[in-house]
Design a protein around this ligand. Structure first.
Ligand SMILES: [Zn+2]
Ligand SMILES: [Zn+2]
Length: 243
């Protein structure tokens, strides 16, 4: 589970897991924290963050003087913007893994608060906060859905309601006997809305933004379902496709 993390970090993380119970200790440095705070203010302030403003749409790092990255200037998109705290590395990676796979649900609150701060005025147009629906098979193994925990805490910090708006249709229709075009459409329609929208803005929260395909599909389903502007908030962003 902790593959790729240093022994020191592993030790800290394990110590943090135990210390979260009692007495209150910071999950990352095991230093003292206020009651119910999983992270100390020093560790929260030292999380990896983007230093420069990135692409105005997707947040990808762009050169000085550029507002929009080459990808966003050519590709059509369903969401208005993607915002993330920082790169998927260091302590952000440790925290996301602990939240997703280590059962450290208390970490969702400080991360959700940071996402709410990050959204700032861009959240003004939103009526709902939601998340990408989980893959049912993965959820059974993991027992809780990290993106939903983050969406709920972000909503709380923004003073907006969390609402489950998207679902994943249970099964993909059989592919045999379908044309290539039909198959492509069936694969693309991975999410659907639970109720029709009335042009309300929506914030979709996720833990890690990777290729953008999932976020784009969530935004497409919301727009197709009658919702307004979609803002994507993610704790971390990877740029694997650029490597
Ligand atoms: Zn700390
Ligand atoms: Zn971009």
């Amino acid at each position: 589970m902790w593959r790729g993390t240093s022994p020191v970090r592993l030790h800290r993380a394990v110590a943090g897991t135990v210390a979260l119970l009692f007495p209150p200790r910071c999950f990352l440095c095991a230093g003292p924290v206020d009651l119910l705070e999983p992270l100390c203010s020093a560790c929260t302030g030292a999380l990896p963050r983007w230093e420069e403003p990135g692409c105005a749409v997707c947040g990808r790092p762009v050169g000085a003087g550029r507002e929009i990255c080459p990808q966003c200037s050519v590709a059509p998109r369903w969401y208005s913007a993607v915002r993330s705290l920082g790169p998927y590395e260091g302590e952000l990676l440790v925290l996301i893994r602990a939240l997703k796979y280590g059962g450290e649900r208390a970490l969702a609150r400080p991360l959700g608060e940071l996402l709410a701060q990050l959204a700032g005025e861009e959240a003004d147009a939103a009526r709902w906060v939601t998340c990408v629906p989980p893959d049912p098979r993965r959820l059974r193994q993991r027992e809780h859905h990290a993106a939903e925990e983050l969406a709920r805490t972000t909503a709380g910090a923004l003073g907006l309601p969390y609402r489950k708006l998207l679902y994943k249709p249970r099964s993909t229709p059989p592919q045999v006997g379908r044309s290539r075009r039909e198959r492509t459409v069936a694969l693309a329609e991975r999410f659907a809305t639970l109720r029709p929208g009335r042009e309300e803005g929506v914030i979709v929260v996720d833990d890690v933004y990777t290729t953008g395909a999932t976020a784009a599909e969530a935004a497409r389903a919301l727009r197709a379902g009658g919702y307004g502007d979609v803002l994507i908030l993610a704790v971390a962003h990877t740029f694997d496709d650029a490597n």
